[in-house]
Design a protein around this ligand. Structure first.
Ligand SMILES: Nc1ncnc2c1ncn2[C@@H]1O[C@H](COP(=O)(O)OP(=O)(O)O)[C@@H](O)[C@H]1O
Ligand SMILES: [Mg+2]
Length: 339
């Protein structure tokens, strides 16, 4: 409990660089601090460097430059100690399919060196917390993809880690399986206070389940904040107004709207008026005032917030690919043995 960093970050990353031979700069100077108790999402497209960062943090890969520590322990110099308080579920499959779920956990319990006396109870506790107690004695090759993912998380839970690293925890799963995996992750996070660090290229997942998000692109963290903060930061809300039959917003109205402080653009197409604003809630009253003042009948009004994809576009200059890398999904599905 001695050497927490001054900022009290559970994970502390400074100037991290990773160059794969001969010259792939997978991480290009990453700085990141993560407080304990959070669910933290590292969001970025394929090839951004997410897995590389996670491999360094989980002590499997050495950085080329910079440093990283978890709970005040350097991941290179104190790697053995770091491994005692981290859980890790890799992107690729990490359980055996030709034995039961229970047997998988027992093997991991032995690998982790859990004392024989409490081993079985811990295995059952981990299975139970991931909703798998009823399937413990079934062969893993009869499990669904989502159950396999939960089994992998159960294995990583055995040591009651301070922090759980999940690399693309729901890649290739259908929406209901994704939801089930996340419900269980949220449960153990609440129960054990485990900090969760996950990689994803699914925007909705970062949006729904994280307390904070860092956007990574080409080996650099380009933006960091809560989903709300990120969306607000690009100041691109859109207000749409439907005007009554026959009504049309002319140039004079548009000019008045554009003159409002929070409005960045205003346009009209027939009876539909579109106003781009920095923040819909604060801009709405002024927009309505102008329309009333111009005696334009409002029949419908709606405001849309930007998505994380818009955020990504704003900070990384390219759209975040929403679908998974098909090659990765195929190879994972092949291993799982079902679609
Ligand atoms: N072992 C490796 N050798 C060479 N290049 C690699 C290796 N692993 C990853 N890369 C490259 O490093 C970059 C980052 O990869 P990765 O960390 O796997 O990204 P992500 O997990 O975000 O998809 C990519 O350009 C990838 O091709
Ligand atoms: Mg990856």
């Amino acid at each position: 409990m001695d050497s927490m960093t001054s900022e009290e970050n559970l994970v502390d990353v400074r100037g991290l660089v990773k160059v794969y031979k001969p010259d792939v700069r997978a991480l290009d100077g990453v700085d990141l601090g993560i407080r304990a108790g959070q669910i933290f999402a590292l969001l970025g497209p394929n090839g951004a460097g997410k897995t590389t960062l996670m491999r360094i943090l989980t002590t499997q890969l050495r950085p080329t430059a910079g440093r990283a520590s978890i709970f005040g322990r350097d991941v290179v110099k104190k790697s053995a100690e770091v491994r005692t308080f981290i859980g890790y579920v890799p992107q690729e499959m990490s359980v055996w399919t030709d034995i039961t779920g229970y047997e998988n956990l027992l093997i991991y319990a032995k690998i982790y060196g859990l004392p024989a006396a409490g081993r079985k109870a811990q295995v059952w506790e981990a299975l139970d917390s991931m909703g798998l107690a009823g399937f413990a004695k079934a062969m893993v090759n009869t499990y669904s993809g989502g159950m396999i993912r939960r089994l992998e998380v159960a294995c990583a839970l055995l040591i009651k880690p301070k922090i759980m690293f999940l690399d693309e925890p729901t890649i290739g799963l259908d929406p209901s399986a994704r939801k089930a995996v996340w419900e269980k992750i949220l449960t153990f996070k609440r129960e054990f206070g485990t900090t969760v660090f996950f990689n994803t290229h699914y925007m909705d997942e970062a949006d729904l389940y994280s307390d904070e998000i860092a956007i990574i692109d080409r080996g650099r963290v380009v933006k960091r904040g809560t989903a709300e903060e990120l969306k607000r930061s690009i100041k691109r809300d859109v207000i749409r107004v439907g005007l009554g039959a026959g009504a049309q917003a002319g140039e004079k109205v548009l000019a008045r709207l554009r003159a409002l402080g929070s409005v960045t653009e205003a346009g009209a197409a027939g009876a539909e008026l579109t106003v781009a604003v920095t923040d819909a809630e604060s801009a709405l009253p002024a927009v309505i005032d102008v329309l009333r003042d111009e005696a334009l009948p409002i029949v419908r009004i709606s405001a849309t917030k930007p998505t994380l994809d818009d955020v990504f576009l704003a900070y990384a200059g390219s759209a975040l690919q929403s679908g998974p890398d098909l090659r990765e999904v195929r190879s994972i599905r092949r291993k799982i043995g079902q679609g």
